[in-house]
Design a protein around this ligand. Structure first.
Ligand SMILES: NC(=O)c1ccc[n+]([C@@H]2O[C@H](COP(=O)([O-])OP(=O)(O)OC[C@H]3O[C@@H](n4cnc5c(N)ncnc54)[C@H](OP(=O)(O)O)[C@@H]3O)[C@@H](O)[C@H]2O)c1
Length: 279
């Protein structure tokens, strides 16, 4: 068998110019779970524009991670599976931790059965903090990480801080008709586009590390980020700051961990690009 063709590729868009990455062109068919989501759509677009075949995994594509419907078919002939899904239970009273963890377990198990070579899974930085011991969504992320670590599939994990797009995330922001309520979290956001770029690298390159942490270049309070985004959108609803249920969120528990690789753009650069796309 011929050795895989290795090409040099320079990261220039959001990262420091001059960092050299290696990409293995042998990887050609990549399944993206969550392909219609905030991150997954960016991963899908990036891989597709690089000439790779992307198999979308989402209910709108006929694949359900809760029931397994369509999963084996979707993973047939796939080289790498990416998990950027967010498979909340459809019944809000259902067990959140069991449902989210079950979706990741099912995805990786079926991938292994179908002979998929590798997996790349996205998670959130700092979920291991004891501050989140009673926060079900973060406990679910911990469970997913354990499942990934125990999987027979060769996997890599991309953990990130909140994204710039978190500025309007319903987990902390309520968009009312008269005002916007924003919880006073202190975060260090990274752009979803920059995260997608790194996840795509991990999907294409077998030699990437088993775990990477990413964060953005600056700390910012969420109400300030939301206010700046609304201003670019010419949305004049006032932002009202509300305290988060968990005081640690105000105190910086979600800031970049020491091991994080810092990747641009800054908030100002991101808003500039965002504004450019709107006009
Ligand atoms: N937001 C942040 O700042 C942040 C930071 C770090 C890490 N993350 C992590 O990044 C991941 C992706 O987040 P996101 O905000 O991009 O998600 P999102 O926009 O909510 O998208 C969720 C995706 O999952 C799919 N999905 C949901 N239920 C499904 C099911 N039962 N079966 C198959 N597909 C299903 C959805 O498609 P359908 O609805 O069509 O099924 C959609 O494509 C999550 O693991 C999240 O924890 C987020």
């Amino acid at each position: 068998m011929l050795p895989p063709q290795v090409v040099e590729w320079r990261r220039t868009r959001w990262g420091p110019v001059g960092v050299t990455w290696k990409r293995v062109d042998e990887v050609s068919r990549i399944a993206v779970a969550g392909a219609t989501g905030t991150l997954g759509s960016r991963i899908r677009d990036r891989l597709s524009s690089g000439g790779h075949t992307v198999v979308p995994i989402s209910r709108s594509a006929g694949v359900d991670l809760h029931t397994g419907e369509g999963l084996a078919e979707a993973l047939s002939g796939v080289d790498v599976v990416v998990d950027a899904s967010n498979a909340f239970p459809t019944d809000p009273s259902a067990d959140l931790v069991g449902t989210l963890a079950g979706a990741t377990r099912r995805l990786l198990e079926v991938a292994e059965e179908m002979g998929v070579e590798r997996g790349v899974v996205v998670s959130i930085s700092n979920v291991e903090s004891p501050a989140f011991d009673h926060v079900p969504y973060y406990v679910a992320k911990r469970e997913q990480e354990k499942i990934v670590a125990a999987s027979g599939l060769r996997t890599s994990m991309v953990k990130t801080t909140q994204w710039h797009e978190f500025a309007t995330n319903p987990a902390a922001v309520t968009l009312g008709s008269e005002e916007v309520l924003v919880q006073d979290w202190l975060i260090q956001p990274v752009a979803a586009d920059a995260v997608a770029e790194v996840v795509a690298d991990h999907a294409l390159d077998r030699s990437t590390p088993a775990r990477v942490e990413l964060a953005g270049p600056e700390q910012i309070r969420l109400p300030t980020l939301t206010r700046r985004l609304l201003s670019v959108r010419q949305d004049d609803r006032p932002v009202r700051i509300v305290p988060p249920g968990l005081p640690a969120l105000s105190d910086g528990v979600l800031l970049a961990p020491e091991s994080a690789e810092i990747v641009g753009p800054t908030v100002a650069e991101w808003l500039e690009v965002y504004a450019g796309h709107r006009s």
